[in-house]
Ligand binder design. Structure first.
Ligand code: UD1
Ligand code: M6R
Length: 372
């Protein structure tokens, strides 16, 4: 089952190019010359106009599935021009969230069985909202109980740490956002750029996976640390949160993902010359702000590990040594989180093995959390 891999987590990280290909199969349509033309979502066609007419879109899930919602929020807002809000599933019932008949609520779950997400879905249905599923397991409770949805088709995910489901969830929701904006002429060029980026994702991700040995070398330098902070913003705020979740969940190392814009509002007090920090600074509209964050951190002699675009040498001087600069292949801005998470998944995997912890079955955790 694990093939040539020692652990399911490693296998599933390396399966991501093929898994994303499966997510796209039959949904990205090409013309006779092989050029990408449009997105077609068979299970959603009857519902797209209702979603377009809704008052807002709400994305709801737990853990990694919630992080995938954060990753696509900005694009979904841009392409649909609707307000897009986020809800942690457990909080929906705690707060008795105001949900309405004209809300479209997207429930994201790898297993399709997570109790908190399922309860939030039942609550949303009782309020008359349109409920949409982004689910991996066909026939699961959430897949069955939603009005419509998209199976992410990532294949079975065995490792407790979610890896390929995360990138396939993001890909599925990017496809949904593209389908929702198909009527908009003014967004045709932007949609085409994104679709061209989507079809190159499997190859781009294969190149990102070549960072494996580099991340092993980095893990060796971090193995005895007690804490790791990750700073991201914009499309890559989710990358910081998801990277931190992976590190704490499997490597059992305290880690926090921080919105870089919040740095001066508290986290900066933690920064000294010993605490390792990861800053995600690939090229997008947040790049200059992230560059300034790096300069401020380095002015305090911080130990900065930088994730940057592969042809960007301008930040090399800010990393303490060459192990600390990670160059990732570049894709369309809104797809970059799919690539940037790969080195962080690999880092958390290697840290776990080096620290001698159980990779596929971290202590106290279950793959599917079926009790509230
Ligand atoms: C479907 C088939 C797929 C086939 C393809 C060919 C299934 C499960 N999928 O894929 O095998 O190759 O047609 O056209 O038979 N749904 C929900 N909630 C969810 C997820 C999905 O209600 O969380 C619904 C969808 O709205 C749809 C159905 O389940 O009605 C199947 O969804 P999906 O597998 O994503 O649809 P297709 O990609 O069309
Ligand atoms: O099956 P789900 O996607 O609903 O699970 C949600 C979370 O329990 C899950 O993503 C959890 O956070 C993972 N173990 C993270 O790797």
């Amino acid at each position: 089952m694990k093939g040539n891999f020692d652990h399911f987590m490693k296998k599933e990280i390396h399966e991501q190019p093929d898994a994303i290909q499966q997510t796209m199969r039959g949904r990205v349509v090409f013309d006779a010359d092989g050029n990408v033309q449009r997105v077609f979502l068979g299970g959603m066609v009857d519902y797209l106009s209702t979603i377009r007419r809704s008052r807002r879109i709400i994305l709801c899930g737990c853990g990694t599935s919630y992080n995938s919602a954060i990753a696509v929020r900005q694009l979904m807002e841009e392409l649909t021009e609707l307000p897009v809000t986020l809800e942690l599933a457990s909080d929906v019932l705690d707060r008795q969230c105001p949900f309405f008949r004209d809300d479209s609520i997207i429930f994201i779950s790898q297993s399709g069985e997570t109790a908190d997400t399922l309860r939030a879905l039942e609550y949303a249905k009782s309020k008359g909202a349109l409920c949409i599923g982004i689910v991996n397991v066909v026939g699961s409770a959430i897949s069955r109980a939603t009005d419509c949805g998209l199976h992410i088709n990532a294949g079975a995910e065995i490792g407790v740490a979610s890896t390929k489901a995360y990138t396939c969830q993001i890909t599925s929701m990017v496809l949904l956002a593209l389908a929702l904006s198909e009527d908009s002429r003014s967004r045709a060029d932007r949609r085409m750029d994104i679709m061209r980026g989507v079809v190159t994702l499997p190859d781009t991700m294969r190149r990102a996976l070549e960072l494996d040995q580099k991340m092993l070398a980095l893990a060796r330098t971090l193995v005895d640390e007690n804490s790791l902070l990750l700073f991201g913003r914009g499309y890559n705020y989710a990358t910081a949160l998801e990277g931190a979740l992976k590190v704490k969940e499997v490597a059992l190392l305290h880690s926090e993902g921080i919105l870089a814009g919040e740095m001066k509002h508290g986290p900066l007090a933690l920064v000294d010359e010993t605490l390792p920090l990861v800053v995600i600074a690939t090229r997008d509209s947040s790049y200059l702000k992230q560059k300034s964050v790096i300069e401020q951190l380095r002015a305090r002699d911080a130990r900065c590990i930088l994730i940057v675009s592969e042809d960007d040498d301008s930040l090399d001087k800010f990393a303490s040594n060459e192990d600390m600069i990670i160059k990732v292949p570049e894709v369309c801005d809104c797809l970059q989180p799919l690539i940037n998470i790969v080195p962080l998944q690999l880092l958390s995997y290697h840290l776990t093995v080096l620290r001698g912890h159980n990779v596929d079955q971290p202590r106290n955790l279950a793959k599917s959390v079926t009790v509230e």
